[in-house]
Structure formats: C-alpha cells, structure tokens
Design a protein around this ligand. Sequence first.
Ligand code: GRF
Length: 222
Amino acid sequence: MNKKKLVVLISGSGSNLQAIIDAVANGQINGQIVAVISNRADAYGLQRAEQAGIATFIVASEKNQDRRQYDKKLAACIEPLQADLIILAGFMRILSDDFVNLYADKMINIHPALLPAYKGLHTHQRALHDGVKWHGASVHLVTAELDGGPVILQAKVPVKDGDTEESLAKRVLTQEHIIYPKVVQWFCEQKLQFQGQKPYLDGVAMDKPIIINNFAEQQEAC
Ligand code: GRF
C-alpha cells in the first residue's frame, strides 16, 4: 500500500503536530508528512518540523486580509504536494467555503471540546464557566460549518474541583495527543475513509463518534 501523503497546517506550538511526527517515527502511522504549513513565521511548530526533516512553508496571513485571497495562496501552496489528507493542527484561521469544498473529504481538524458542545474559541473557559462535569477533545471531518463536521473520535476528561483554564487545557491536550495520531493512523491504514462528507470506519458509515475515556487509564469504546 502506498504511504498516504499528509500535510499539516499549524499556527502555533504544534504539540499535536509533534504527536503525529512521533507516531510516524515509531511506526504507529504508516504515512509520510510531506509538508508543514504555517500562517505565522514564528510558530514553534515550524522548528519541530525542521528538526524532523520535514519541508516547511509559511503562507503568512495579515490582519484584515480578504479570506478568499488568503485561501487561494494556501491552496496554491498545497496543490503541488498532492496531499491525501490535510491535517489542521491548531491552524487558527477560519477557512472559506471554497477552500473547504476544494478539500472536501480530505481535511480533518482537532477541536478542544466535546463537539457539538463549545464550537469556536475559549472552550475551556466556557466549560468552566458552565460548571460542566465532562470536557474533552474531538477529531472531526472538516465541512463548511465551522467545527460542525462529523466527529470521528472524542476523548472525555473530567472537570475537577479547583480546575483552572490551564489545568483543564493541559488535561485535554494530553488526550489530543492520543486521539489525533489514532485518527491519522486509521486513515493511513484505510480503516477510515471519507465519502460524501461522511466518515466510514471499516466500511461502515459512522453515525456517532467513538469516545474514549483515558482518564482512568482505561479505554472503552461507547
Ligand atoms: C489544540 O488545543 C487544538 O485542539 C486547537 O489548537 C490547539 C493547538 O495546540 N485546535 P498545538 O499547536 O497542537 O500545541
């Protein structure tokens, strides 16, 4: 089986990128990260990519820039890479419908909340404010609805007494580093496929996500 070509888009620290780099290096993911693209020149994730010998590109974004213009530049950067999968890993830009449609069934995202709860920004702060008992992260297929595409895999974590935004974010991020490589692994094994804006696992349409509870050192599919 040909290795799937992966392109990762980042804006910042790139800890999810690192988790995917590590999973490729240790053989969990049978794929090749052909490029990492950032909209910010100072994204630390670019250094992580360079250290791993992965090609990097900066498609710099500017304030008040026309979204479609930017996305055209981004698509022009991605085009020659012949990506099988575009992985949004903390890429902090809203993508235009044209861009999303160009890469329909080829783009996934990780969101730090149990979607459909807490779409958008400041998810940890909002979860704490609401006093929810459970929070987490979701990997989903990207569709034109922001953070609204079908969810593939979620990790649940408890919200604990005395949690701060930082402590909760840390607990969630640890789980992100497990579930994102897992989804990429499934895709590269062709266990996971996308068609008509739907995920299929082992050939069966997923009508609900798989949920893992890692907090108690156990994994259970619900
Ligand atoms: C993560 O919390 C991810 O869920 C969100 O942005 C953050 C990126 O973190 N989309 P990192 O750059 O991967 O460390």
